[in-house]
Design a protein around this ligand. Sequence first.
Ligand SMILES: Cc1cc2nc3c(=O)[nH]c(=O)nc-3n(C[C@H](O)[C@H](O)[C@H](O)COP(=O)(O)OP(=O)(O)OC[C@H]3O[C@@H](n4cnc5c(N)ncnc54)[C@H](O)[C@@H]3O)c2cc1C
Length: 405
Amino acid sequence: MSTGTIAIVGAGQAGGWAAQTLRSEGFAGRVVLIGDEPHRPYERPPLSKAVLSGDAHADTTHLLKPEAFDALGIDWRPNVGATFIDRAAKQLHLTQGEHVPYDKLILCSGGRARRLNIPGADLPGVFSLRSIEDAAALGAALSAGKRLLVIGGGWIGLEVAATARKKGMDVTVVEAMGRLCERTVPPEISGYLLQLHTTHGVDIRLGTGIEHLVQSARGGLTASFTDGHQLECDAVLVGVGLVPNDELAREAGLACEGGVRVDSQCRSSDPDILAAGDVATWHCEWAGRRMRLESWQNAQEQGIAAARAALGIAVNHQPLPWFWSDQYEVNLQIFGMPTPAHDVVVRGDRNSSSFVMFFLDAGKVVAALGPNAARDLRFARRLIERRTRVDAAQLADLQVPLAKL
Ligand SMILES: Cc1cc2nc3c(=O)[nH]c(=O)nc-3n(C[C@H](O)[C@H](O)[C@H](O)COP(=O)(O)OP(=O)(O)OC[C@H]3O[C@@H](n4cnc5c(N)ncnc54)[C@H](O)[C@@H]3O)c2cc1C
């Protein structure tokens, strides 16, 4: 397909990559990029790190410089929401009543921060973090000597906790599950994260939740825990996960299952509608199950794959999952999908600042992760992608270069 109209809902990371890929693949037709935010496509990872700490300006998150983006000749609609997909007429309805006809439609609508369903969740001083505006509002509330309560011990909560500690705040993290990042890392790494944060002075409370929040007499907030404790704080960050923005797809009758169901060619149950990024659920061969992958890498690669697929180019979106997180002086990277069922081999001292943990299934490396170990993890990635069978003793032996394996 080289002419016609391709509409993209969501001008975030996946949508931005889809739009620029259509052009780089030579599509000369009309590209309509509909985004309900005021910004050109941008990346979110710095919002909990350098942008939140004030070390980087929000503009640095943009996928492309404004001139480069404008040169793509895209019909970009900022501050406009898509409200309805008329599949029979192949038209997308927008806020303000406009209808955009499409030949192909790519849904890149991402997700929104899950809200806490407790009394006081809407009080001033309670924040969530998804957008540039969220980062500006939360950033303004972070200041030395004040107390931050983070609800949710997942990646965003922990990154904000680290940023707030660096700014000199007192930080408490409360996590309802029994360990940190329980959904995404095995117990060894939860333990590592716990130690990392307690060493940096964060008060971590596991296995307890927040029952309600009230405005306190001195102008801050009082949080009541399910275990009966109370905590006074100046600000609260709620980091309890993401809700996929799949309402458009569901209302249009597309198959959805905790997100828009797509195949490895990013096609939904309607072959003229594709989806990519945080909103899409696909069968990940590396995990052996259908899932949404909320990561920078997936948003980029699936956005590219969806654009190519929309043009009729054969794609098979099966990237080896890669995720990173920056907390304090630690850059933690994860390749593959480690689970507690895998055999674990540790290379290096797991109490040191840098080591690699390999996860083996029937003698083959299927996942690896580690703090401050980017170089070793590059080799680990190759072992995983080539499904290499390795000798566990050699893997653990620092004298044996990984390149040799
Ligand atoms: C604070 C933060 C830190 C992160 N850190 C990391 C990290 O360190 N490493 C990592 O791998 N990943 C990280 N991520 C995850 C990564 O940023 C996301 O996976 C990625 O942004 C997903 O991109 P997306 O395009 O699918 O969705 P988004 O970037 O959310 O874009 C979706 C866009 O669609 C818009 N939209 C929704 N509905 C409509 C509609 N009906 N009409 C018009 N527009 C609509 C939304 O407003 C949004 O602008 C982080 C995410 C956050 C929020």
